[in-house]
Design a protein around this ligand. Structure first.
Ligand code: UTP
Length: 288
């Protein structure tokens, strides 16, 4: 079984659910507490053993590449002023470890993943959607890589979603269950609640086999007029092992204001230096 060494970060979406924040700034640069979303995802990938990070970007996303580049001016000035460079530690990579490719038009998540096909090559790869902020120990992708070591094939992160919200997710037709592992018998993108095969949704982490790439190149537009990753994955079911892993941890959907604010509160409350001030504020304003 080939190890998972590469991760694709599709970051070419328009982020319309959290406008105006994302008008001139990539959604993935939104900070939760003091770190941009993309850095949480990249750190999670690194923890899971990923060696190469592949960003699928679009116009106006240059800040994402700059974030993982050396900022000579900043570092020289900080050093001259005797300031520690420790806060920049998670942004530094060996040359070639972060690469990017353009998605020229936002045709959908499936199309974004397909844009990375030449860099992925003939090996399994992970996909991480940075607006799904996953908090757990070990991290979400590490938990999935552990499951991959046991069952191989394709793995998605699965989460029970409210029955009335199935139309916001890819939904799994579940087969045999074994602890946190569920066999995936079918996948359907954004079904209405009355048509959903379950309320087990796919959230933003995947381990996929390279055979999905030619499929993504061939399938047409699906739900919402976009080329859907779910439709490409559905074509692999029955051909290769396919499982969902229920993540042991917390997920924050930072793609809209509600999830974004709650993520800031949750991660702020988890910090010893910030929690007392947040608790005091909530108590004062009647929210604690
Ligand atoms: P979303 O469904 O969150 O879409 O995409 P979006 O455009 O980012 O945001 P909204 O819905 O307009 O607010 C899920 C992931 O797929 C990427 C996004 O960047 C995000 O990480 N994506 C989506 C692309 O890279 N390209 C696309 O064409 C569509």
């Amino acid at each position: 079984m080939k190890p998972v060494r590469k991760a694709v970060f599709p970051v070419a979406g328009l982020g319309t659910r959290i406008l105006p924040a994302t008008k001139a700034m990539p959604k993935e640069m939104l900070p939760v507490v003091d770190k941009p979303l993309i850095q949480y995802a990249v750190e999670e990938a690194r923890e899971a053993g990923i060696e190469q990070m592949i960003f699928v970007t679009g116009r106006g996303k240059g800040a994402l590449e700059d974030h993982f580049d050396i900022s000579y001016e900043l570092e020289a000035t900080m050093t001259a002023r005797g300031k520690s460079l420790d806060p920049l530690a998670g942004t530094r990579f060996p040359a070639g470890a972060v690469v990017s490719v353009r998605q020229q038009a936002p045709l959908g998540l499936g199309h974004a993943v397909w844009c990375a096909r030449e860099i992925v090559g003939d090996e399994p790869f992970a996909v991480l959607l940075p607006d799904d902020l996953m908090v757990g120990k070990p991290g979400c992708l590490a938990q999935m890589v552990e499951a991959y070591g046991r069952v191989g094939g394709n793995i998605v992160c699965a989460q029970e979603v409210p029955a009335e919200r199935t139309a916001s997710y890819g939904i799994i037709t579940p087969g045999a269950r074994d602890g946190r592992l569920t066999e995936v018998m079918g996948l359907v993108e954004k079904p209405k609640p009355e048509e959903a095969p379950s309320n087990l949704g796919v959230v933003g982490r995947y381990i996929l086999q390279p055979e999905i790439m030619p499929i993504l190149g061939q399938i047409g537009k699906g739900a919402g007029g976009e080329i859907q990753l779910t439709d490409g994955m559905a074509a692999l079911i029955g051909e290769q092992p396919f499982h969902g892993v229920t993540f042991d941890g917390e997920r924050h959907d930072c793609g809209d204001a509600r999830g974004f604010v709650l993520a800031n509160l949750a991660l702020g409350l988890a910090r010893d230096d910030l929690a007392p001030a947040i608790r005091a504020f909530l108590a004062e304003t009647g929210g604690g």
